[in-house]
Design a protein around this ligand. Structure first.
Ligand code: 5AD
Ligand code: SF4
Length: 485
């Protein structure tokens, strides 16, 4: 898997190059099945999810809504009465993949005319009713804030009426819906803490597809974390497009809960419950969050802090509202307050007007910030965004790709250097299950979110913690042995 001359696709696989909140690319298009089987269900739905962790988390809300209306999940598309595809619009490639899947569903529909096909998520929001014209097989189109309406829309479609609900909401957080965990390992889970995004990054379609930012009640978040812990889960990842701007006013006390306070409330559920979060925006990541991380052993020492570009001029065009110096200061504060913290990033290559000097500054940032890993992309113009309206997409594709390769190479070297520094260190690891290659080995993560593979010894089980001493590393993984402290 780790050959010496990897292609860009190998590299992407290895580094989990993907999307918004870190979620492995291998999960893209995953067929999701609930961990709870619904007893009396008479109909079956099949759901595929693409895009960020937020989308996967939304699919668990969709599963919950449908299960209350007599639908159970199936992994077998051919067995289903309802096919749903939860879509992503972030780059053109993501939309292309969805169109390809729709043509596969189309073949099935020609043999099964009663089958209902629904498009959910960001692409539904972006294209709205146009979807019904463009893709004749689609029966329902449902945006990210309209999932409560799904049962009604499905019933309409069953009666022969196509339906669309793409209304965005200023309030919807699905706070009262208990997600049905899909394809869960029973150990790690996502908790959505906010929805939407108010940052107008000029390259990004998200503010248009997911609407205005709103925070979910802190009480329901803590209750969900407690429930997960009681059911044996040992790690939660608090999800939002921009978690550091989480703000929720307690209607009873009028007290405002900040993200740092929320982190501590969730960490207080139990010392054995690990807490992660994603994604942080550099402009909002304050020191109180860093101090909360330093104070609580169970808040993991890992921050996904997308830089996007190392050039202040490009950052300004991207409307990121910080410059290179600001970002560097944030990185320095992280390492000062949490010396063993790992930082990861998102990087866009070939944004409008990007020069070779700008590109060089991005490469330099990888060295400065010492990212443990990054998600790296070349710029893909998205219709309706600020950049599409204001700037020319003027960097030729070959140049974008060449710069991306250089960025990937630089990051791969950095990841390797980063991992090599871990040789000889001992980490507390949450065991997630068998490694991909062998049932004689476990896989788990350390606080810094690095995957560690180690040989099974003793009575350790998934969901338990153990200590692992690192003996060898690759660019993507640590290898080691269990040690007793
Ligand atoms: N082109 C390329 N990459 C993009 N991203 C967002 N929009 C685009 C785009 N138009 C990347 C950013 C973001 C991540 C989720 O996807 O790096 O942080
Ligand atoms: Fe997630 Fe939607 Fe953004 Fe894709 S476009 S990464 S699904 S929020």
């Amino acid at each position: 898997m780790y050959n010496d001359n990897p292609t860009i696709n190998d590299i992407k696989d290895e580094l989990n190059t993907g999307h918004n909140t870190p979620l492995s690319e291998e999960r893209q298009g995953e067929v999701l099945e609930m961990d709870v089987k619904t007893g009396e269900a008479s109909k079956r739905f099949y759901i595929e999810s693409y895009g960020c962790a937020m989308n996967f988390s939304d699919s668990e809300i969709v599963a919950s809504v449908l299960s209350k209306h007599g639908y159970a999940s199936t992994r077998v598309m051919e067995e289903s009465d309802l096919i749903l595809i939860n879509t992503c619009s972030i780059r053109e490639k993501a939309e292309h993949t969805v169109r390809q899947r729709l043509s596969i569903f189309n073949k099935l529909k020609s043999t099964k005319p009663d089958l209902v096909v629904g498009v959910l998520g960001c692409m539904a929001e972006r294209l709205k009713a146009k979807f019904l014209e463009e893709e004749k097989i689609v029966d329902i189109v449902v945006g990210p804030d309209a999932y409560r309406d799904l049962p009604g829309l499905v019933a309409g479609a069953e009666a022969g009426q196509k339906g669309v609900n793409v209304l965005l909401s200023r309030e919807e957080t699905y706070a009262d819906i208990s997600p049905l965990r899909l394809d869960s390992n029973g150990i790690t889970a996502f908790i959505s803490i906010m929805r939407g995004c108010d940052n107008m990054c000029s390259f990004c379609v998200v503010p248009f597809t997911r609407g205005r930012e709103r925070s979910r009640s802190a009480f329901t978040i803590v209750a969900e974390a407690q429930d997960l812990f009681d059911r044996g889960y040992r790690e939660v990842t608090l999800l939002g497009q921009n978690v550091d701007s989480y703000k929720w006013k307690n209607p009873e006390s009028e007290n405002q809960v900040t993200f740092a306070e929320l982190l501590m409330m969730v960490a207080d559920v139990h010392p054995d419950l690990r807490v992660r979060f994603s994604t942080s925006h550099p402009k909002d990541m304050t020191n109180d969050v860093l101090h909360a991380m330093a104070k609580y052993e169970n808040i993991c020492n890992y921050i996904h802090l997308p830089v996007q570009s190392g050039s202040s001029r490009v950052l300004d065009l991207m409307n990121r509202t910080y410059d290179k110096e600001w970002y560097k200061e944030r990185v320095e504060s992280i390492y000062k307050i949490i010396p063993d913290c790992a930082i990861s990033s998102d990087i866009i290559c070939g944004f409008c007007t990007e020069t070779e000097e700008d590109h060089q500054e991005t490469l330099d940032m990888i060295d400065f910030a010492e990212y443990s890993m990054s998600y790296m992309f070349f710029y893909s113009e998205r219709p309706g965004t600020l950049a599409a309206r204001k700037y020319e997409d003027d960097i030729p594709l070959e140049v974008k790709k060449r710069r991306l390769t250089e960025v990937v190479d630089r990051q791969m070297n950095m990841s390797f250097v980063h991992n090599k520094k871990d040789i000889g260190k001992t980490f507390k690891v949450l065991i997630e299950g068998d490694s991909k290659k062998s049932d004689q080995q476990f896989k788990g993560r350390n606080s810094q979110n690095k995957m560690i593979i180690f040989t099974k010894v003793g009575d350790y089980k998934p969901g338990e913690y153990c200590h692992v001493k690192v003996t060898e590393v690759t660019r993507a993984t640590l290898l080691g042995n269990i040690v007793e402290l």
